[in-house]
Design a protein around this ligand. Structure first.
Ligand code: GLU
Length: 547
């Protein structure tokens, strides 16, 4: 077979050579050891935690080595493309602190290795395709869908591996005349790789996450270019990562079965093989067994979930670092205020089998992160969240900034800050009572006579002085306690509860409930200082009227 004639027949318009293309994508002037990596998502519009794990891993690997992280959009499957998906992806990752140095952007491309959208690179792939044909490494296949599906049925019936290989590769050795005739007949065709691999042969391969792997050679003549001339993932991966000088490919381990073909493709094309970082899936406990997080069953897979729940970005980021690198937590304890970027991230620490996502742990990490923030920052983030997800609350927070900040300042700072909130969504239940519209008429414990509660409240209204300090305030509560025949001696009460009608804690609860509508709240003295005299007393009076 005259392969050059076949190449000219299939690609008459391709005149550029591999060398000319390569000259347009010169090597990068990166420092020694710099990691050049990319995210290469398909624009499906769904951004999930797995994307973030991949993004974080590649971002850290690139930026801690002085390398480059770029974004390439794998839009070869036009059917799956969702309009606006690239924008969603870029913005979501940016929200989590992952920015690209080059690649596809919301307004086009930025960088010297574009286009960064694969459908725009068709003519580039064709140069490499023509070369492969000319060298006898690729050939056109005119099989119809029906033929391929019959082939599969037959292979299944024979209990053979399915696929286009060996005697099933029926266009592999067809003559130039056959090809000409098929082209003249207007039959649609794909370009296939001519594999010389054998499943009898194995070799060793080192993956940065999976470790040493034993790989069986690929013997299947996979498709390189589809009938519309657009490449498959495999071919685009090889050509793009070669031209864009990718040193490390960070991707999900669902690609591991294709790795033998990728290695073969890089070798055949004469490309230097990048290093591979195959990330295992995110798992969760389901009862007593582990399973992969699923798009259908687990809302927590979608990144929009964390935003809507109001997990601060810092919390999700911090949690993922602890999840991906087991030594991160110790490092963080030793470096509580350092930037996460000072930590030496290693892909080798990722669990090869996939990492177990633990929602309770995320919640704990988030409580710490929110507790560490100063009131101003908590205010800014909470308000931002509320404006989007609870606009009424958002309006209240914005209407009186100082008031909201002073609420959020309660218990903040110091060695042991309060850990009331794991998410911004929890904030309304925690502090909503400060706003009259969210305050609710309390229900008192029926074991106390309503008259007793009313008497306490009356006495309190009479003696409350806004200028009192916390100690004076509490002295007054104690006096009321004695006056109504309750005890201030908690020890004695605990020893013999039956001997007392109630305690100073009960009296405090009456006042707390009247002021806040709830049985628990942050320090009541402070709450009343923030609410102010008028508002506190008005609430107590309203409750008294209702008793
Ligand atoms: N488009 C592929 C995916 O979304 C990219 C895999 C890769 O990073 O190479 O899975």
């Amino acid at each position: 077979m005259d392969y050059q004639a076949l190449a000219n027949l299939l690609y008459p318009d391709v005149t550029e050579t591999q060398e000319q293309i390569e000259a347009r994508f010169p090597g990068r002037n990166a420092p020694e050891g710099a990691v050049i990596t990319r995210m290469a998502p398909s624009p499906t519009g769904f951004v999930h935690l797995g994307n973030l794990v991949q993004g974080l891993t590649s971002e850290r690997m690139a930026h801690q080595t002085g390398g480059v992280l770029f974004l390439r959009v794998e839009d070869t499957d036009a059917k799956r493309e969702v309009p606006g998906a690239v924008e969603v992806l870029i913005n979501t990752l940016k929200h989590y602190g992952i920015s690209f140095d080059e690649g596809a952007t919301v307004d086009g491309d930025s960088g010297n290795y574009g286009p960064y959208r694969q459908r725009q690179r068709a003519s580039i792939y064709h140069v490499f395709a023509k070369k492969l044909v000319a060298e006898g490494h690729a050939y056109p296949c005119f099989c119809t869908e029906q033929e391929l599906s019959d082939m599969r049925t037959q292979q299944e019936a024979n209990k053979e591996t399915t696929g286009y290989y060996g005697k099933y590769a029926i266009w592999r050795d067809r003559s130039l005349e056959d090809v000409k005739a098929a082209l003249d007949a207007g039959m649609s065709w794909v370009l296939r790789f001519r594999s010389t691999g054998s499943i009898e042969n194995q070799f060793k391969f080192d993956d940065l996450v999976k470790g040493k792997l034993t790989i069986t050679e690929n013997n299947v003549d996979h498709v390189l270019l589809k009938s519309d001339g657009i490449p498959t993932y495999h071919f685009a991966h090889a050509v793009d990562d070669h031209l864009m000088h990718t040193t490390h490919v960070v991707r999900g381990d669902e690609w591991l079965p294709s790795l033998p073909f990728h290695i073969q493709l890089f070798q055949t094309l004469g490309f230097k093989l990048p290093k591979y970082v195959h990330i295992g899936p995110l798992m969760k406990m389901d009862g007593t067994s582990k399973r992969k997080l699923s798009k259908r069953k687990d809302p927590e897979l979608a990144l929009t979930f964390y935003k809507a729940e109001g997990f601060p970005v810092e919390a999700v980021y911090e949690y993922l670092m602890t999840l991906l690198n087991s030594n991160y937590e110790d490092w963080r304890r030793a470096n509580p205020t350092a930037s996460a970027n000072d930590f030496k991230f290693s892909p080798k620490k990722l669990n090869p089998a996939g990492n177990l996502f633990d929602y309770a742990k995320l919640t704990d990490v988030s409580k710490n992160e929110i507790a560490k923030m100063d009131a101003e920052k908590a205010y800014t983030l909470l308000t931002e969240w509320a404006k989007e997800f609870d606009p009424d609350f958002g309006e209240k927070l914005s209407a009186d900034r100082d008031f909201a900040v002073s609420i959020l300042a309660i218990g903040r700072g110091g060695k042991k800050p309060r850990k009331d909130l794991a998410t911004w969504k929890e904030a309304k239940a925690y502090m909503g009572f400060f706003y009259d519209e969210y305050w609710q008429m309390p229900e008192f414990d029926p074991k106390f006579a309503p008259e007793t509660v009313k008497t306490v409240l009356e006495k309190f209204v009479q003696c409350y002085d806004y200028a009192d300090d916390a100690a004076q305030w509490f002295e007054k509560v104690k006096v009321i306690t004695e006056e109504i025949g309750f005890t201030t001696d908690m020890k004695a009460y605990k020893a013999d509860p039956e001997a007392f009608a109630g305690t100073v804690a009960d009296v405090s609860t009456f006042i707390r409930q009247a002021v806040t509508g709830k049985t628990n709240s942050p320090d009541l003295y402070t709450v009343m200082q923030i609410l102010g005299y008028d508002r506190s007393i008005a609430r107590i009076r309203k409750v008294m009227e209702n008793i």
